[in-house]
Write a protein that binds this ligand. Structure first.
Ligand code: PGA
Length: 414
């Protein structure tokens, strides 16, 4: 009989999509070798679990050799011989080995890499696809997600263009593959419009594959997107803007599009946008500690649109509970590397879903071709996947994985 217990775990340093080091983990059982790698953010929030970086000169101080040493010398000996289907116990053991509230000792990057590899080994032992194993351990109902495709990038992801960080679009259709097709065709329609109006350089892309045209105003970007959808005949367009407002917040003011705003002014600005455009959600409309701003906008607009917490919530159970208690937002960005383990990510998603919040599974600006996010979105039944533009290998890898799952799905449910 084949044993499924963990035989070995090894970490190695690889590069993410930005050319910065990250971690890949190879976990072996007698039945196979399971690989996982971890993403990393550029506009990170202060409440996220902490990556461990080496410092010094090597790779601009961003090497992950210490984190890998922690995998090979501390985590691996503690986990070898364990049953990978005991995800919660294994995650708890790593949290205990680390012993800090933010995973800064062993590194959230080290812990998450192992946690995802363990999850894959658990699915392998069961002989089921990853998304199905996730649904089994989370006790959730699987669902194919809507792709929230990224069209335009600004802020710290763009290159000195619009201040808002991301403009994403969902288009309704009968199936995931048709939604992806329509959304991708519209992305190409936008490329043509940009090319014609602003020249070829305007179709350069940012860290997540969105265009970075030299446009300064939010409304101008929205007009271009509306034009692209009209050109392509796309219906039921919904736009989600990630403001990443923490990136333009200083001394209690928001410095945005050449003006200085307080919470009230900024809420008025968002309200006007929602009146003029088909906006379905605003992510991080205020900075991560601005509970007053978040509460105000949720009271004003929360009945009509999603007020989505990313840096505000940091995929952190306590912060989600706090937001639910005081009505600070009504939707969650789910980023596994903000939490640092699979189990905590699942818990965060369930807490949000039980509260009838929409949950958006989301990538980071520094990604790898690991497709775990796609399985996570399907397995947890969150309904939405934000994996960037339909451009750049590490982004389309996730959408392509959902296409594959869509076919596997037929075998299970049709
Ligand atoms: P980040 O971007 O990974 O740079 O934090 C976040 C995002 O895409 O929400």
């Amino acid at each position: 009989m084949i044993g499924h217990n963990i035989k070995s775990i090894k970490g190695r340093e690889i590069l993410d999509s930005r050319g910065y080091p990250t971690i890949e983990v190879a976990l072996a059982t007698e039945s196979g070798i399971y690989i996982a790698s971890v993403p990393s953010g550029t506009s990170t929030g202060k409440y996220e679990a902490k990556e461990l970086r080496d410092g010094g000169d090597r790779y601009l101080g961003l090497g992950v050799q210490k984190a890998i040493e922690n995998i090979n010398q501390i985590i691996a000996p503690a986990l070898c011989g364990k049953n990978p289907q005991e995800q919660q116990e294994i995650d708890n053991l790593m949290i205990k080995l680390d012993g800090t509230p933010d995973k800064s000792k062993l590194g959230a990057n080290a812990i998450l890499g192992v946690s995802i590899a363990v999850l894959r080994a658990g699915a392998g032992a069961e002989g089921v696809p990853l998304w199905q194993w996730i649904a089994e351990i989370a006790k959730t109902k699987p669902l194919l997600p809507f792709p929230c495709l990224l069209y335009v990038e600004g802020g710290v992801h763009g290159r000195g263009n619009v201040d808002a960080q991301e403009f994403m679009v969902t288009l309704e259709d009968d199936s995931f593959h048709e939604q992806l097709r329509l959304g991708t065709e519209t992305y190409h329609a936008l490329r043509e419009i940009l090319n014609k109006k602003l020249g070829k350089a305007s179709t350069n892309v940012g860290l997540e594959g969105g265009f970075t045209p030299p446009v300064q105003e939010t409304e101008d970007v929205l007009d271009l997107i509306m034009e692209a959808t009209k050109k392509n005949g796309a219906k039921n367009l919904k736009i989600i803007i990630d403001m990443a407002a923490g990136t333009f917040f200083k001394n209690d003011r928001y410095y945005f599009e050449g003006e200085s705003f307080d919470q009230k002014d900024l809420t008025i600005f968002y309200t006007k946008l929602c009146q003029k455009y088909p906006i379905a959600g605003i992510e991080d409309p205020f900075a991560e500690d601005d509970w007053v701003g978040f509460k105000g906008i949720t009271q004003n607009l929360g009945q009509k649109i999603n007020i989505i917490g990313d840096d505000l919530l940091a995929t952190n159970i306590q912060r989600i509970q706090e937001a639910q208690k005081n009505g600070a937002c009504n939707a969650l960005i789910l980023k596994p590397n903000q939490a640092g383990t699979v189990s905590e990510t699942v818990k965060a998603a369930k807490l949000a879903l039980e509260h009838n919040w929409d949950v958006f599974v989301k990538h980071r600006s520094g990604e790898t071709c690991d497709t775990f996010l796609a399985d996570l979105a399907v397995g947890l039944g969150t309904g939405f996947l934000m994996a960037g533009a339909p451009n750049r290998g590490e982004r389309v890898a996730k959408y392509n994985r959902v296409l594959m799952i869509e076919q596997e799905w037929q075998n299970y449910y049709c």
